[in-house]
Design a protein around this ligand. Structure first.
Ligand code: DGL
Length: 273
């Protein structure tokens, strides 16, 4: 790290609260950086929408973060990273997606060369993770499945691995991946780590689950160093913004990030950006 300190916040966005799994990893890897987060809770889910809609939403999300003078933008959304990576074109600040870093980790960590990918319908249809894995390991065999009910389950607060509705849904989507004999499974949507207890219990402990937030947070740290834009706040205060009601987001964010996390949540009208 150089002597220069850049105390602007890191900007992070997702369709809803799933991107908080990336925020959680950023808080671990970069504990002295402030984060500005936008969760588009009024328009979630993105993953079942057209590419045109996803592109438009992603552009507005990035514009909102830039209007808050962030120093880097993280698309903490597998769907945006897969369908609208061009939202990064011409940005005045560095941009990190969640596909490339996770694909690299999966390609390096598989032992039997069989990698599973789960994500939203739009992510799986885009083939993004498959391409990114093959760019690192052309021999890898990739099997995938979309899991459209996972995001609504998580957004509704249904992620207890003892809940039969949760376990039955997870089993239904993961059976083809289990049958393919993968040893590594990319959770290709940032909502999915919230279901990781249920996913781990269905997949079995010999399968490694790749949390795309961990790989992305490490990439963010590297980029801050490369651009010499690390900051240092003694007391970190994060600002979260949502496009729907504040209250339920606040409650889930406290559960996900732990009671020591200091943040506030505000509502914004994303259509203005
Ligand atoms: N967290 C988003 C992702 O990573 C969820 C997508 C959605 O809103 O459907 O893909």
């Amino acid at each position: 790290m150089g002597d220069f300190l850049d105390n602007r916040a890191i900007g992070v966005f997702d369709s809803g609260l799933g991107g908080l799994t990336v925020v959680k990893q950023l808080m671990k890897v970069l504990p002295n950086e402030n984060i500005i987060y936008f969760g588009d809770t009024g328009r979630v889910p993105y993953g079942s929408r057209s590419d045109t809609a996803i592109r438009r939403y992603a552009g507005q999300d990035v514009n909102f973060l830039l209007s808050n003078d962030v120093k880097l933008v993280v698309a903490a959304c597998g769907t945006v990273s897969s369908v609208a990576p061009d939202v990064a074109d011409g940005l005045p600040v560095p941009f990190v997606d969640v596909v490339q870093p996770a694909a690299r980790v999966a390609a390096q960590s598989t032992r039997n060369g069989k990698i599973g990918v789960i994500g939203t319908a739009a992510t799986i249809a885009s083939g993004s993770f498959e391409r990114a894995v093959h760019a690192c390991n052309p021999e890898a065999q990739v099997v995938h499945n979309s899991c459209p009910l996972f995001v609504p389950l998580v957004e509704s607060g249904w992620f207890d691995c003892n809940d039969p509705v949760v376990i039955n849904t997870v089993e239904r989507y993961l059976q083809p991946i289990i049958d393919a004999g993968v040893d590594t499974l990319i959770l290709g949507c940032t909502h999915y780590p919230i279901l990781s207890d249920a996913i781990a219990s269905v997949m079995g402990e010999e399968v490694s689950l790749i949390n795309i937030g961990i790989a992305a947070a490490n990439t963010v740290a590297n980029i801050l160093d490369c651009h010499d834009i690390r900051g240092h706040h003694e007391h970190v205060k994060n600002h979260f913004f949502v496009s729907d009601t504040v209250r339920s987001f606040e409650q889930t964010a406290s559960i996900l990030l732990g009671e020591n996390a200091d943040f506030d949540v505000e509502h914004i009208d994303i259509e203005q950006y």
